[in-house]
Design a protein around this ligand. Structure first.
Ligand code: UD1
Length: 423
């Protein structure tokens, strides 16, 4: 299993380009199953999760052509199977999103219940309830969800009990081919949902209101081909900004979207960063200073993203003062805390492990560490960058799921980081 070796203490400086958003691209690959003609998705990041989704489409018999620039062309109508096997779905929760498109387009689907990051129980009840509201017949058998429909799905009314990104996206794409109108209320409002709606509309769907809490979908009989460019990955951008801030550095990120990072940028300002923004660049300058601790509560968009919580804890570890970070989206999303404490951080968990109180120390100390989820793993890389001595981050296949060329990008910023093969 690959590991990353980081020799800490470098102030990050330089420029990099934001990759395309993993969480948009994954859903678009699933939604491509709805079209009768080939669709082309560009600016797709080269990541393990994307490869897994392509493998899943391939296993259904769908033809996928990828060029050297990661433009991906998908021909759904070459499909031969409607079953998404456990082996592929277990490693990545987003693959569950093929269920609705298969059902809406081909009338049948059998998809394993999902796995994904080890961050507490992550049920799919909202997805299934939404599909049932569109007339799907759902049965559970041996860990698989079997869905069928008698003719086309029917537009319906869906009220989500709480904000769910995957649930909102899943029902939104499925309803595009239903007969009649679907109204979804209490929807999540993440930028990736808007990106997916734009993609669906480019295929001829009629989706209105994405990005607000009520989305209306007027069903159409079929969807055609299109070309769509994926938005910038706000979590990747945020991760590098936080890493640079933690190190007291100065970086510029191109092809980014500052509009999608408002709260994060505000927290970075609070930490002492000077920010210069254009429509698609973000420059951060700490002027060589140590960050100040920040407090925050994770919340659905436009709140502070849970996917940047671990990275912000890494920043607080070496900040001046004490910061309180409360996680409200996932249970059990603080596994990085114990690893950081092994590196000399002073973090204690309170409130039934929902709140981390981080007392900043001047520097961490390098250590062998590992984590079982993508964002926790990358937060340990940040901790390693601001630690004295060497840190080895194990199990970095988690990082490869979500960060394109992580060591190359950090090396370009001056970091001392390299990949080690299996021990
Ligand atoms: C997506 C993102 C993930 C991000 C999360 C929250 C992708 C591939 N992943 O995950 O990076 O951390 O949004 O911003 O886009 N829940 C249920 N029942 C359901 C659905 C969700 O109880 O049917 C719960 C989850 O366990 C979790 C919360 O709702 O506690 C939010 O989950 P959700 O917004 O659905 O996250 P994902 O779509 O899985």
């Amino acid at each position: 299993m690959d590991r990353l070796l980081i020799s800490g203490g470098v102030v990050l400086q330089g420029e990099l380009r934001a990759s395309g958003a993993k969480n948009s691209a994954l859903k678009m690959l699933a939604a491509a199953l709805l079209a009768d003609e080939p669709v082309i998705i560009s600016n797709v990041p080269h990541l393990r999760d994307i490869t897994t989704m392509i493998e899943l489409l391939g296993s259904l018999g769908v033809e996928v052509v990828i060029d050297e620039k990661m433009n991906i062309e998908i021909h759904a109508n070459t499909i031969k199977s409607f079953k998404a096997p456990y082996d592929l779905v277990k490693t990545m929760r987003a693959s569950f999103n093929v269920l609705g498109p298969l059902l809406a387009h081909y009338g049948q689907a059998e998809v394993s219940l999902p796995g994904g990051c080890a961050i507490g129980p992550r049920p799919v009840d909202q997805h299934l309830r939404g599909l049932e509201a569109l007339g799907a017949r759902i049965e559970m058998e041996d860990g698989y969800v079997k869905a069928t429909t008698n003719g086309r799905l029917k537009g319906g009314h869906v009220y989500f009990d709480f904000s769910t990104v995957g649930g909102t996206e899943h029902i939104m794409m499925t309803a595009t081919l239903a007969e009649g109108t679907t109204v979804m209320e209490n929807c999540a409002r993440e930028p990736e949902i808007v990106d997916l709606a734009d993609f669906l509309n480019a295929m001829g769907a009629r989706v209105e209101g994405a990005g607000t809490d009520t989305i209306t979908i007027h069903g159409v009989e079929s969807l055609h081909g299109c070309t769509h460019r994926v938005i910038a990955d706000r979590v990747e951008t945020g991760t590098y900004l936080i890493a640079a801030a933690a190190s007291g550095g100065r970086i510029k990120i191109r092809d980014a979207n500052p509009e999608h990072l408002e709260v994060v940028l505000e927290k970075l300002r609070e930490a002492g960063a000077q920010l210069t923004l254009t429509a698609d660049t973000i420059e951060l300058d700490m002027q060589g200073r140590r960050p100040r601790a920040v407090s925050l509560v994770t919340a659905p968009y436009p709140g502070f993203p849970t996917d940047l919580q671990a990275q912000m804890i890494a920043l607080n570890c070496v900040a001046e003062g004490t910061g309180t970070i409360k996680e409200t989206i996932f249970e059990n999303r603080f596994m990085h805390v114990h690893e950081m404490n092994r590196m000399g951080a002073r973090i204690r968990l309170e409130g039934n492990n929902t709140t981390a109180i981080v007392e900043g120390v001047p520097r961490l100390t390098g250590a062998p560490v590992m984590a079982n989820d993508l964002r926790a793993s990358v937060s340990l890389v940040i901790a390693g960058l601001v630690a004295d001595g060497d840190t080895i981050v194990d199990r970095i296949y988690h990082i490869d799921r979500g960060y394109e060329q992580v060591e190359e990008k950090l090396q370009n910023l001056g970091a001392n980081i390299r990949r080690l093969g299996a021990e």
